[in-house]
Write a protein that binds this ligand. Structure first.
Ligand code: NOJ
Length: 731
């Protein structure tokens, strides 16, 4: 692997012998309020000690190929934070001991890591999680990740990512909760609650980091690290909500973004990081730069050198420098030159110390040493991962109820994903191990054992133009009643620095579908990917399509459960599946066109292949008309909308009701509809349930302007569920 950093532990520096008498200092007294402890400690610190607290280096073997930086060979015992790449706490404890016992003030180090969708118990990627429409389950999964992380020596995760993303070419679309601001907000909050719990000092919880503040998902043309053009209006109505809600939910930290927001990079953006985050939203945690994002102010063209980059980022409101070597080299100098005040430094350090106290690091700096079995993959944890995978799988198509499969069928299992394990983990799963993943084939074998014959052929690889396996695949298909064709993306095709010019599968995979369709046997496509896919050529050749995303360790178990009918699929899309890449950007909550029936594409349809919130079930749900408790509402009043849903089919199943609002006329044009509430309920066969949406006029019918002010106008609004709507008047 290229670009690896090896930090030499022997080089760990200590800047001085611990001063006598600190044991009895107020800041050491756990009985004192956090703010008092912070102030006491701050009053004892030298400028150099303060500056060290504002830096983060790496510790151990950096296994992230995108994290490129100058090697930091000597880590001072006074360092504020380290990125911790290990999965057991030995190294952490060793380094922590130096900080606690050999630095003058004994300030513990904060250890961070990218725990994105599970630590060892890897669960589905975030884009998939949102398709479950089950935030409670996501909260549980994040709590599992928190426990495993803390036991591995990690106190702080760089998650959740709540970047609204509408361009499937952008590899990082996999890391957020899809195209809708409200959905990102709800799942971001669930994830923060799961990681942090009620008390950060609880040894089962870790600090969260909302990222990447803000607008990274608007990356031009789906390229990574590039410019984003975001008007104030779009900033507020599309990108800010998940952050605002995440801060209200208590997110301990925030990460600044790589992108240049209409001329001012996020990492040098005082409006966003200070005026809004710290002043308006009163966030009392800290902002960490993204990896190298301060130094990158140079190539972004707003700083001539590292020193100017440090000045810009720091005064904008970035408190911690993640691997830039800007603050450690230049902050003290900038203070001595009077360009940064001591008060500003104190405010930044205060924020970092506050989190360390809240995490209980001064009382419990070390991680208990446990066995891998005690730390990871507890049966209850795997159960959560399996349940989340099950609920996030989306049945996109099911012609003539070809699914569920008869357990006595002869089934051809074909494709490069069929026996694959590693790629089912998805990106950002570095502590995940392929050996813990159930492949699709293994899941099928277990489920269909003694009941169906499985005939396997790989058919082709992921992308090489090699058809040598086609004949074997065709022969397998000829012998079977049905073909399960397992295709998709390698895990490295999405995530950071993984942009693609097309969201179609590689030509060889499409060719295999065409070839097998000649057998006349029904094809069930099973697709694993980290992005929405272009399926217009494959859809007509398939009887059914199951989008499994990147499910994590559970892998083939829930997939086999759904194919067999033991599990009724309940996932619905958190992101639009375009008809083709050329439609991008395409998303449900777009503004109305000036000529809705004109301006359409001449060569392809102008509507997507699968809409946001699309997803099929094996049962049927009948909806009543929407009822409102009143058709008029005043600002400050409340109205309840209700819809009654009956499971009218032959199987138990879960149904999510999505509540949208729209208004045809407003002083600022509004999206054609916006999601404001959703609810998922499990309904037994024949059961009826009334879904409710308590409408808060300002929050649900109101809108936000380019200053971030929410307002409500008199007029007519529509409450929408599926294809019906009712009017409500605000006066
Ligand atoms: C860069 C990524 O953008 C960010 O999401 C991640 O947390 C850091 N690297 C640290 O790995």
């Amino acid at each position: 692997m290229k670009h690896l950093l090896l930090i030499c532990l022997a080089g760990l520096l200590t800047n001085g012998v611990r001063a006598e008498g600190q044991e009895s200092a107020l800041y050491k007294d756990a009985g004192q309020p956090v703010e008092k402890r912070v102030e006491d400690l701050l009053s004892k610190m030298t400028l150099d000690e303060k500056v060290f607290q504002l830096n983060q280096y790496t510790l151990g073997w950096n296994h992230n190929v995108n994290n490129i930086a100058e090697e930091v060979k000597k880590i001072p015992a006074e360092i504020g934070s380290l990125i911790y790449f290990e999965s057991d706490p030995t190294l952490r404890n060793e380094v922590q001991r130096k900080a606690v016992e050999e630095s003058r003030l004994g300030i513990p180090i904060l250890f961070g890591y990218d725990v994105i969708h599970g630590f060892r118990t890897v669960y589905p990627i975030s884009l998939a999680q949102a398709c479950s429409w089950n935030p409670e389950l996501v909260k549980q999964a994040c709590a599992v990740a928190a426990r495993e992380s803390r036991l591995a020596g990690v106190d702080w995760t760089f998650s959740p990512m709540v970047d609204v993303a509408r361009d499937g070419r952008w590899g990082r679309i996999s890391e957020g909760y899809g195209e809708d601001p409200y959905t990102n907000a709800v799942f971001g909050v669930a994830s923060i609650q799961g990681y942090q719990g009620d008390d950060l000092s609880n040894p089962n919880h870790i600090a969260a980091c909302l990222k990447h503040f803000v607008g990274y998902g608007a990356s031009e043309a789906g390229r990574d690290y590039v410019y984003t053009e975001i008007s104030p209006q779009t900033l507020w109505d599309t990108y800010m909500l998940p952050y605002e809600e995440g801060i209200k939910a208590g997110a301990a930290t925030v990460m600044s973004c790589f992108n240049d927001i209409s001329g001012t990079p996020g990492t040098a953006n005082r409006y966003i990081l200070t005026d809004i985050l710290k002043n308006r939203w009163q966030h009392d945690g800290f902002v960490v730069s993204d990896w190298g994002a301060i130094e990158q102010l140079r190539p972004q063209g707003v700083a001539a050198d590292r020193k100017e980059a440090a000045l810009k980022a720091f005064t904008a409101g970035v408190e911690m420098d993640m691997m830039n070597q800007c603050y450690d080299r230049h902050l003290a100098e900038l203070v001595n030159e009077g360009k940064i005040s001591t008060d500003q430094v104190d405010d930044a350090v205060r924020r970092v110390l506050r989190l360390k106290f809240r995490l209980g690091l001064f009382e419990n700096p070390y991680t208990p040493v446990t066995t891998e079995q005690e730390r990871f993959l507890l049966p209850a944890s795997i159960q959560v991962a399996e349940k989340l995978a099950e609920e996030s799988i989306v049945l996109l198509k099911n012609d003539n109820q070809v699914l569920p499969l008869s357990k006595t069928a002869k089934i051809a299992v074909i494709g490069p994903m069929a026996k694959e394990k590693d790629h089912l983990l998805g990106s950002w799963a570095n502590h995940g191990k392929a050996e813990h993943v159930v492949s699709i084939y293994d899941g099928l074998e277990k489920t269909f054992r003694n009941q169906a014959q499985l005939i396997y052929a790989q058919g082709t690889g992921f992308e090489e133009a090699d058809k040598s396996g086609f004949a074997e695949a065709k022969a397998a298909a000829e012998k079977a009643d049905i073909i399960l064709l397992c295709l998709g993306e390698k895990k490295g095709w999405s995530g950071e620095n993984a942009s693609r010019s097309t969201i179609a599968l590689p030509p060889i995979q499409e060719e295999l579908v065409r070839e097998l369709s000649q057998t006349g046997k029904p094809i069930v496509l099973i697709l694993s990917s980290g992005r929405p896919l272009e399926l217009n050529r494959l859809e007509p050749l398939s009887a059914a399509i199951l989008q499994i995303w990147q499910p994590g360790v559970a892998g083939g178990n829930p997939i086999a459960g759904i194919l067999s009918g033991d599990i009724n699929p309940s996932g619905k899309l958190s992101v639009t599946f375009p008809y083709s890449t050329g439609q991008i950007p395409i998303y449900y909550n777009h503004r109305q066109s000036a000529r809705p029936n004109q301006g359409l594409y001449q060569d392809i349809p102008s509507t997507p292949l699968y809409e946001f919130a699309h997803g099929l079930s094996y049962t049927t749900f009948e909806y009543s008309d929407i009822k409102l408790s009143s058709t008029q509402i005043k600002s400050g009043g409340k109205v309840t909308a209700e819809v009654t849903v009956t499971n009218s089919g032959n199987m138990d199943g879960a149904e999510t009701v999505h509540w949208f609002v729209s208004t045809p006329v407003s002083t600022i044009s509004r999206p054609v509809k916006e999601l404001k509430h959703f609810e998922k309920q499990f309904l037994k066969k024949g059961e009826t349930y009334t879904y409710r949406f308590e409408i808060d006029p300002l929050k649900d019918l109101g809108f936000i302007n380019g200053n971030g002010d929410r307002f409500l106008e008199n007029g007519t609004y529509y409450i929408k569920v599926k294809d019906q709507q009712v009017a409500i008047k605000v006066d």
